[in-house]
Each structure stands twice: as C-alpha cells, then as structure tokens.
Design a protein around this ligand. Structure first.
Ligand SMILES: [Zn+2]
Length: 217
C-alpha cells in the first residue's frame, strides 16, 4: 500500500495543522523509507514473485526491524521523541507517533501474513486485502480522496505554487499507484528495489515545499 499511507499523511494535517506536510509524509512512509536502507545493507530480504498477491509481486522474506509490530512501535516512539525534542509540541509528537504506527495497521490489513510480531518471534500477521485487486485499488483511492478532503479543509494555498505543487503531487502519487497496479513487476533484484524505494524520499521534500506555500485555514 502506497497511496493509502500517503492519504494518512495528508489527512493527519487536520489533527496537527502546524506540523509540515513534509513531516507528516515522512512519518506515514517512515517504515517504507527505512526499509530500502535495510534491504541495501542486506539486513532484510525481499524477492519478486509475480502472483504472490494479485496486487504486489513482492514477497517479503523477512523485515523484522522495519515491519514487525515491535519494530514499528520503537520507530514511532523514536519519531515522536525526536519531533518533541525539536518542536516542543506534545500534540504534534503524539499525532506523528500515531501516523508512524498507522503504517503497521494499514500493512496489517493489506499484506499476506508476513508481518512479524517482533524480531525473532515466530508469529506472523496479515489480513490479505492484496488478494483482491479491485478491492485494494478502491480502498486506496477512497482513502486518498478522503485524505485530500481533510488536507484541503485544513490548509489553503497562499500563492499559485501552493496549489499547483499540491495537485501535481496528488497526480504523481495516483500515477505511481496505477503503474504499480497495472504495470509490469520490477526486476527480481533487491538492489534495484532498494534504490527505487529510496526515491520516495522525494515526496517528503515535496511535502515541505508544498507546506511553505500554504497556510492553515
Ligand atoms: Zn510498509
């Protein structure tokens, strides 16, 4: 799930209007932004196996440090503490911690049972929404629509860039999602998958750029 995570980042603006969209997108994707680093270091492992689920061809062999429940809890607390350290906002820190944690909940709904309880613990979860192609697509698009709705209710453009950059991001995110759903699988090479995954940091920068050209309503 990619668009669904982005939707949470957008919608969370309603609960913490003073937190930059860049920070919200960093929080919602945080686990998936760390994952490529762990892949490239050879600590976590993935294979490409078309048909693994009808949506993603990625077979997550192991990713206990980024994607176990215990792992995500640690990252969420760490994220919230670091935000609090810099901004002294308890509300912002709590919302951001919740947004990091939401990643696991959404992955729990979508993944097949490959999400571990904790590193080294032999208990795996995943409710497998990804076994339904159109079910997954509809859920993601609906979430994204809702995320945009709440974001726009909370924030308005203060110049042209604030509107254009936002809608361009929305357009690109939907485009990537369509390519993921309808395009060919990636090559079965963790190095390439890791490098492509790292490119998602661009959306964090994009979020900061958008936020500088918008104000709270
Ligand atoms: Zn993930």
């Amino acid at each position: 799930m990619f668009l669904g995570h982005m939707a949470v980042g957008l919608g969370a603006k309603k609960f913490a209007p003073r937190v930059s969209l860049g920070t919200l997108l960093l929080a919602t994707q945080f686990i998936d932004l760390l994952w490529p680093i762990f892949l490239l270091l050879g600590i976590e492992h993935v294979r490409v196996e078309p048909g693994n689920t009808v949506v993603t061809p990625l077979k997550f062999l192991d990713y206990p440090y980024t994607h176990s429940l215990a792992g995500v809890l640690v990252w969420a607390v760490l994220f919230a503490l670091i935000y609090f350290w810099f901004r002294q906002s308890r509300k912002g820190a709590v919302v951001l911690g919740g947004v990091v944690l939401s990643h696991w909940v959404l992955d729990l709904i979508t993944h097949r049972p490959d999400l571990q309880l904790a590193p080294g613990v032999n208990a795996y979860f995943g409710w497998g929404l990804w076994n339904s192609f159109y079910g997954s697509l509809i859920v993601e698009l609906a979430m994204f629509g809702l995320g945009i709705y709440y974001f726009l209710k909370t924030s308005r453009a203060k110049d042209k860039i604030g509107a254009i950059a936002f809608w361009a991001l929305a357009f690109v995110l939907v485009g990537i999602t369509m390519a993921n759903y309808f395009g060919p699988p990636p090559p079965d090479n963790p190095k390439i998958i890791g490098e492509v995954g790292l490119a998602a940091w661009v959306f964090v920068m994009w979020g900061y750029w958008i936020d500088r050209h918008r104000v709270a309503r």
